[in-house]
Design a protein around this ligand. Structure first.
Ligand code: ATP
Length: 202
């Protein structure tokens, strides 16, 4: 699965609808300071379901929406679509009946985000798992932002392990394990309450 196109509208400095073609191989983004290079990388992370303010260089979720300039009013919504090539049919199970997979995230001021995969409404979790299973999640080592290489060299072994797990495509399994554990805890709690009720009735 390769990224083939990125569409942005109202996202950070990309106020006008913009479409970028991503060619196969290594992609570098060059340009003068402040032209929006990092915003592009943040758009890719954001559409993959990233919510951490640190990764998105803002304090609130609405900070990704174009905030206006002296000449242009602020926008109320931002949308990013990432188009993935799936001609090789190597997408995770459940997504292999299309040649391309279009993942869209949209945010409206004060209303939060919504997600679509090939036009169908999905949960944030579905998008995060799609990318985690494909080993290209929002924390993927394939997205190299400024300072990342230095941070990796200085990282603790535990932090490096997370990078390797992401590259190996097993972070989706970790997410599922966490969910299963929390469901198990819920079920154990219900069982204890049930035993109390049965105890009172006896
Ligand atoms: P550098 O090389 O200096 O790191 P860069 O090319 O990576 O710069 P970015 O950091 O991606 O540039 O873009 C910064 C620009 O994006 C700034 O001009 C900033 O005002 C603008 N920007 C960021 N968030 C928003 C927003 N919500 N609304 C409007 N403009 C924004």
């Amino acid at each position: 699965m390769d990224f083939s196109r990125l569409r942005l509208s109202g996202f950070k400095s990309f106020v006008e609808p913009t479409e970028l073609h991503i060619e196969p191989g290594l992609t570098g983004v060059v340009g003068p300071n402040g032209c929006g290079k990092s915003n592009l990388l943040e758009a890719i992370r954001w559409v993959m379901g990233e919510n951490r303010a640190k990764s998105l260089r803002g304090s609130g979720m609405d900070d990704v929406i174009f905030a206006g300039t002296g000449k242009r009013p602020a926008r109320n919504l931002a949308e990013v679509t990432l188009v993935l090539d799936n001609f090789e049919r190597d997408a995770p199970a459940g997504y292999n009946d299309h040649d391309t997979i279009e993942v869209t995230r949209r945010i409206e001021r004060e209303s939060g985000s919504s997600y679509r995969i090939n036009g169908k409404d999905v949960r944030q979790k579905d998008v995060q798992l799609l990318f985690a299973d494909a080993a290209t999640g929002a924390h993927s080592p394939s997205l190299v932002s400024q300072g990342r290489i230095g941070a990796l060299i200085n990282a603790k072994p535990q932090e490096r392990r997370l990078v390797l797990e992401e590259a190996a495509g097993i972070s989706g399994l970790h997410q599922r394990r966490k969910e299963a554990e929390s469901r198990l805890r819920g079920a154990e709690g219900n069982l204890t309450r049930l035993q109390d009720v049965v105890g009172q009735m006896e």
